[in-house]
Design a protein around this ligand. Structure first.
Ligand SMILES: [Mg+2]
Length: 273
């Protein structure tokens, strides 16, 4: 029988903001019972896997931290593997800052940057930064122009919140792209670096199912790397968007709660699909 591994996007799939999606917990229980491997993958780099674990736990979903991959964590793992150690300047939230401290290459804070420390920066890592200042953009720009690598956690230009669409990591990365004339390496969905990281996590699976709510990240990611794209309608993208963009999921479900029924059918049919 085909070994299936499942990747879940989180926001818009398992919960919306702080509200769990009905049936999300049952889906995870179903996978655990069957021994189907799964991971959670979010482009959000502002929180740590540990704080996501807490959030999921408050919704009754009990998963080890190791199964939660943020774009901040993926950035750290990718840097460990592909880049020369060197001081890091972070434009991002606490989740990204913590990952970069864990990396152990030294993080140049804003005070140190001001004192000329920006000249020693080897990597500028940019994610969504709720405390963004002109000064951070300035030192990020100076360091990149001096030759530091330019790394972005995720491409999302916006994200949905209470008052509408807020600027996302991609909007901050775009600002630095404009001020440096340099192209960043962007780690998160739908890009290759995070696929490399996730592929290792689900190494034994013959077929990977990507369950997500966004066409431009989740569905595009699945399409690009030969995964099965399962779109749920509880988040950002709608059926109208599917018609408009031409990004075709393999399957559209009203919500993640329908996934066990679908999995049962596929598993019951053995190797035919
Ligand atoms: Mg989402």
């Amino acid at each position: 029988m085909k070994r299936i591994g499942v990747i879940f996007d989180m926001d818009g799939v398992l919960y919306r903001g702080n509200l769990p999606i009905d049936g999300a917990k049952d889906v995870i229980d179903f996978l655990k019972e069957r021994g189907i491997p799964f991971v959670f993958l979010t482009n959000n780099s502002t929180k740590t896997p540990g704080s996501y674990r807490e959030k999921l736990l408050s919704m009754g979903i009990d998963v080890p931290e190791e199964l939660i991959i943020t774009s901040g964590l993926a950035t750290r793992l990718y840097m460990e593997r592909h880049f020369e150690p060197g001081k890091v300047f972070v434009i991002g939230g606490t989740g990204l800052e913590e990952e970069m401290k864990t990396l152990g290459w030294g993080v140049v804070g804003i005070g140190e940057a001001r004192a000329g420390g920006w000249r020693k920066v080897k990597h500028v890592v940019v994610g969504l930064d709720p405390g963004l200042t002109y000064e951070k953009l300035k030192y990020g720009t100076l360091a990149i122009r001096k030759g530091a690598t330019f790394i972005g956690t995720n491409p999302d230009t916006t994200y949905p919140a209470e008052e509408g669409l807020y600027p996302g990591a991609g909007a901050i990365i775009a600002s630095l792209r404009a001020s440096t004339d340099r192209e960043p390496l962007i780690i998160g969905k739908p890009n290759e670096p995070v696929y490399e990281v996730i592929r290792e996590e689900l190494g034994g699976a013959d077929e990977i199912w990507m369950v997500g709510d966004r066409l431009d990240t989740d569905v595009a990611f699945a399409r690009r790397f030969g995964m099965k794209a399962i779109m749920v309608l509880t988040g950002v993208s709608s059926l109208k968007d599917v018609e408009r963009t031409g990004l075709r999921p393999d399957l559209v479900l009203p919500s993640v709660a329908e996934l066990p029924n679908y999995l049962k059918a596929v598993l019951g049919e053995g190797d035919e699909r």
